[in-house]
Ligand binder design. Sequence first.
Ligand SMILES: *Cc1c(COP(=O)(O)O)cnc(C)c1O
Length: 819
Amino acid sequence: MQNTYTINDVKQVINATGDIVTDAAISTLLTDSRRIGNPAGSLFFALDGRRDGHEFIADAYIAGVRNFVVNHQPDTIMPDASFLVVADVLTALQTLAAHHRKQFNLDVIGITGSNGKTIVKEWLYQLMNPEKSIVRNPKSYNSQIGVPLSVWQINETHNLGIFEAGISTPGEMDKLEAIIQPTIGVLTHMGTAHDEGFESPEEKLDEKLKLFKNCKQLIYNYEALLDHKDELQTRECFVWSRKFNLVDLYVFSETTISGKYYMRAIYKEKEIECLVPFRDEASVENAIVCWATMLAMGYSPADADDRIERLAAVSMRLELKHGINDCSIIDDSYNSDIQSLEIALNFLNQQNQHQKKTLILSDIYQSGLQLDALYKQVAQMVSAKQVDRFIGVGTFLQEYKDYFNVPQMHFYADTASLLKEMNKLHLQDETILIKGSRSFEFERISRALVQKAHETVLEINLNTLLSNLNFYKARLKPGVKIMAMVKAFSYGSGTFEVANMLQYNKVDYLAVAYTDEGIALRETGITLPIMVLNPEPLAYDKLVANKLEPAIYSFTLLDEFVKFAQEEEVMNYPVHLKIDSGMHRVGFEAFEIEPLCDLLEINPYIRVQSVYSHLVASDAEQHDLFTVQQISIFETAFKQIEDALGYPVIKHISNTSGITRWPNAHYDMVRLGIGLYGVDAAVPREESGLQPVATLKTTVSQVKKMAAAETIGYNRNGSLKADGKIATVRIGYADGYLRAFGNGVGRMLVNGTLVPTVGNITMDMCMLDVSNVEVKEGDEVIIFDEQQRIEDLATQIGTIPYEILTNISQRVKRVYFYE
Ligand SMILES: *Cc1c(COP(=O)(O)O)cnc(C)c1O
């Protein structure tokens, strides 16, 4: 059952003007011109984002879209397209979704809070899924745009909606409330963290509570709303607490039993119990929220316990991993519905490291659609995303296989049959998306295809990388370009995957340190212009063959390049001139600019693409005068050069902290480095917005009881203060965990607690004092993440974050996440 509205209906609902020349049945709301699957049935909203959505109308038109919501008619003539003109495009999207929601009379759970919204939403879905037909936000689509797109999915077959709402500034919740129109409210964990968009935690809470203003029932934690009792009186509330007993669900006892979390509570004057398969603090609280919600909605305590015990971890993330036979694997093996399939296919489509794109898909359950319509839609989506090989698993896919039109296709009745035949498929040098409903146990496929890793991994969150990119973009004037620094293996984060993400999100330039790094990017399909900071004359041929642009910092380099260009008959080749304004590493100094200009004026072989310099202390207030001096030297130099050349060049001097602290020195482009990876000395840590991208983790290989009298490790340097225990973990200085971290200098997070190293760090392993924490072999250990940050490690051993990041050796596998 797909929703359709005629374009005329839409025009009325959103109160638009403009001529209608199409006769479309609109079923898809589109906000991103790169993600078109159903052009004829799409209505494109030209939203003002970081770029004006009106710029993408032409792209969407070329892809076949003919219906648009805009705030002004575009200049280009597109006679067969309808443009609905409104004052505000986002409001129109929200109005349409709110109108759509009103057509249905179903129970809708509205979820908000500071943390846990997505997990609680997904868990409630798992818990109530057996008897309800549920519609929910895909992933964590909980924003001003994500919520309307989520609500748009409601159709006649659903009898429960579960929608989360996230806000970042006052005034936003009223809008989301009007779209979701929740009948039941659920408040998740409320943190006290300072939030940029709000004056105070109270203001934030007041704003969140607006989601519940028309709910007939509200489920919340007693302590979270102590000051709000009066306003809550008007509705039915289900209150839980772990401290006060005069509530609906009083959790009075909590213990760990063989790795699970066991809780007892008083409910309707009886004692009830619940076993949770997770024991970390956040999961336990989320589980209690779900427990309370189930009871509030009339589930029996026995049912609730039974289902909560079988809750599965929620992974909202797509993992990009190295596979066998040079494949890349996108692992999304835990859920399958049509919305998340589309998101995953977009991610697959975005990958360029292999020519060939493969999808392994299981039957999709509970879509609310007729099988026929469902698989028609899936087949259409698969074709639109240009999948080269399709591997279908399940009897329904087999039954509807004629709908699919993909160059290579294979169908299997079940996962076991596919695994048996896997070798015959010769999967090689392709990107493979694995996407399956839970019951198909596609993790078995993923295990077979993913390269076995040494258990120390560096996880890179590509979404965070993007949000950091946007954090800096927001600080630039319109038109200022971004050069992203991906030198040194993208500061250790993995060149190809990071570069690909940056290319997809349209940065203007990349920069690498050496020619080889640039070639590696070209070989994996990166087409952005790339500057090479240290071009080696011996590699000029490869540099030019790969369209890499050299930074020229001396007369020697310039000479050699010009000679090379003459011999090879290369004309007008783009180069970048480096000015030494005070770093005194490389670059032309002030007195060299004039002779440089003389050479440039008569030179047909090169074209100066940009002139740049580098700030030595853009983050450090005590050197601000020096920075001003650098900027002034740079200005003089580029003016001289531009005058001599007679054409404008791109000028750039700001690195990460330059972007943050020197807005007047952005010129035409900025060079964003470590900030992308979430580190910027000039941004206070409390300020939300910039987040760490990388998490380094390993596992415990052995736990030993240890008497205080014993010594631990090489040279007998370590010992415990009292009898206790140590854990040996699988990371050493060969992985980049430097020897300096030994003997208590470094700390790692073991099951949530920071514990010190003990003894010397060895090549492949090191030991931790775990006397005070519960830990067993195989447990995960975190070296750095958003809790203990890279900056903290740098402080521990007296170095800088750059060195910590780039030291992580290539032996440590990189795993990429994308939400
Ligand atoms: C590495 C580098 C940058 C980036 O510096 P960050 O402090 O990481 O932003 C900018 N410019 C040049 C020339 C660099 O070598």
